[in-house]
Design a protein around this ligand. Structure first.
Ligand code: ZN
Length: 137
């Protein structure tokens, strides 16, 4: 089985622009052609987990703690007025690297990014769907 590219970055077998690192978490810049905003970065657990279903909640907490620290600094240094924290799990959700990762995307006034699509949701019985979901708990 081929080692995933994020694991190679963590192991130092692939180069990366490391931004923040602690015992459990690494934040680094995406490949240049994938960067969509000033300060856009990927935040990952140092251990390999495939996706949101796979990662333990303690590891999620570590990642959210790191995102909180990093985003505060970005706000102070670059006047980021907002932030998008984006995650994709599964091919159907457009996950491309199957090592859990979160995109941290600082947002600036008039940055031209449009992150939410026009809704095309057409289900007529959506109240029942949500009721059904609520009944799962
Ligand atoms: Zn990995």
């Amino acid at each position: 089985m081929t080692e995933c590219s994020f694991c190679k970055i963590i192991a130092g077998k692939l180069p990366s622009n490391k931004i923040y690192e602690n015992e459990n978490v690494l934040a680094f810049a995406p490949l240049k052609d994938s960067i969509i905003a000033k300060g856009h970065m990927l935040v990952i657990p140092k251990k390999h987990y495939a996706d949101f279903y796979d990662i333990p909640k303690e590891e999620l907490h570590n990642i959210v703690d790191a995102i909180k620290i990093i985003s505060q600094k970005l706000k102070e240094k670059y006047n980021a007025e907002g932030i998008n924290i984006l995650h994709a799990s599964g091919k159907v959700a457009q996950q491309s690297c199957f090592h859990f990762h979160i995109h941290l995307i600082p947002r600036y006034k008039d940055d031209g990014l449009d992150t939410w699509p026009e809704t095309g949701y057409k289900e007529d019985n959506f109240p029942e769907v949500y009721k059904d979901i609520a009944n799962l708990f």
